[in-house]
Design a protein around this ligand. Structure first.
Ligand code: SAM
Length: 308
């Protein structure tokens, strides 16, 4: 891969260069989490073909994008997920966020098709709690745990466990989650996520600043990631990442991600709905200008207000 010329990078009016693409491949899901944002979609969209997905990713790669996150809905509901992976151009990092329910059976075929690593949603290690959050039936929690083990076994690592912090539901489980992560000796990372308001979730909000303070006190080492300036903590051998998007100007100022909806629209920001750019039926030759249009519409959702 030759590095693109600087003028061929996608940089928005706020100086943020796009380095990663987050593409939803379906709006369908086999869970019904009480807080889910469904990547901003109302859940009625169609799905892109393998060819369309591949063309969109290839266009992004031509602009220097090197990281891809596949999302949904639940991406593993697509039976052609492996075909999608095989069709992709070379990338530095190809990851998928999944609820893990269908992962055990497909971990190896996904790895062989080119998937690098997975994020797995696991909001609780308590089965009753898990069922309450995801509205799933008996046996599903076990499948997710098996999915995590399978992902580690086939090397879809580091596996990140996504835990959305929910008041009075799972906020007291962080220590248990850290112990679980330690079992995997560095191959599993805990990702604590601040709840974003997409449904009627007011009563579930946790004081994330308090949790951040506790992590800082316990951590032997704190690092800052380039993406969103997310903080990473090392606590007695367990790695924890904190994702704190709400009211966070630093998070938005360091957002280098462009999103794609399941029906093929470029989405400049998860929190904005009227700036989408449709590329689903665009000829490949028109895609670069549509990417530029979407990037020109990017505005940090939370930003410092300049005094006039
Ligand atoms: N079904 C897949 C999964 O479970 O990873 C992919 C889609 S799901 C929308 C992707 C991630 O979004 C989940 O891991 C969850 O942690 C996060 N998420 C969903 N709704 C959220 C919300 N309201 N606030 C914060 N994170 C949320």
């Amino acid at each position: 891969m030759n590095a693109p010329h600087k003028s061929d990078l996608l940089t928005d009016a706020y100086g943020r260069t796009i380095k990663s693409l987050r593409i939803s491949v379906t709006d369908r899901c086999n869970l019904n989490c009480i807080y889910c944002h469904n990547e901003g979609s109302k859940g009625t969209a169609g799905e892109m073909s393998v060819g369309t997905i591949s063309n969109i990713v290839a266009t992004a790669v031509d602009f220097g994008v090197s990281r891809l996150k596949i999302s949904g809905g639940e991406p593993l509901l697509r039976k052609d997920m492996e075909d999608i992976l095989v069709s992709l151009p070379p990338l530095k990092d190809v990851s998928m966020t999944t609820n893990g329910v269908l992962l055990r059976e497909r971990a190896l075929s996904l790895k062989n098709a080119g998937l690098g690593r997975v994020n797995i949603s696991l909001d609780s290690l308590n089965e009753a709690n898990y069922q309450y959050i995801t509205k799933c039936r008996n046996g599903v929690f076990e499948k997710v745990i098996e999915g995590i083990r399978a992902a580690v076994d086939v090397g879809l690592t580091p596996v990140k466990l996504n835990m959305v912090l929910l008041k009075d539901i799972n906020e007291s489980e962080i220590e248990d989650m850290l112990s679980f992560v330690r079992e995997f000796q560095g191959k599993v990372i805990l990702q604590l996520i601040q709840l974003m308001d997409f449904r009627d979730v007011d009563s579930y909000h946790v004081d994330v600043d308090e949790i951040e303070k506790e992590l800082e006190l316990k951590a032997g080492c704190v690092q800052v990631r380039e993406l969103h300036h997310r903080k990473k903590y090392l606590i007695d051998g367990a790695e924890v990442e904190l994702v704190k998007p709400v009211d966070n100007t630093e998070f938005c100022a360091n957002c280098n991600r462009l999103r794609v909806t399941a029906d093929g629209k470029l989405r400049p920001c998860l929190l904005v709905n009227d700036d989408l750019v449709d590329v689903s039926n665009a000829p490949v030759k028109d895609m670069p200008s549509l990417f530029r249009l979407a990037v020109s519409r990017r505005v940090p959702y939370y930003r410092e207000q300049k005094e006039i």
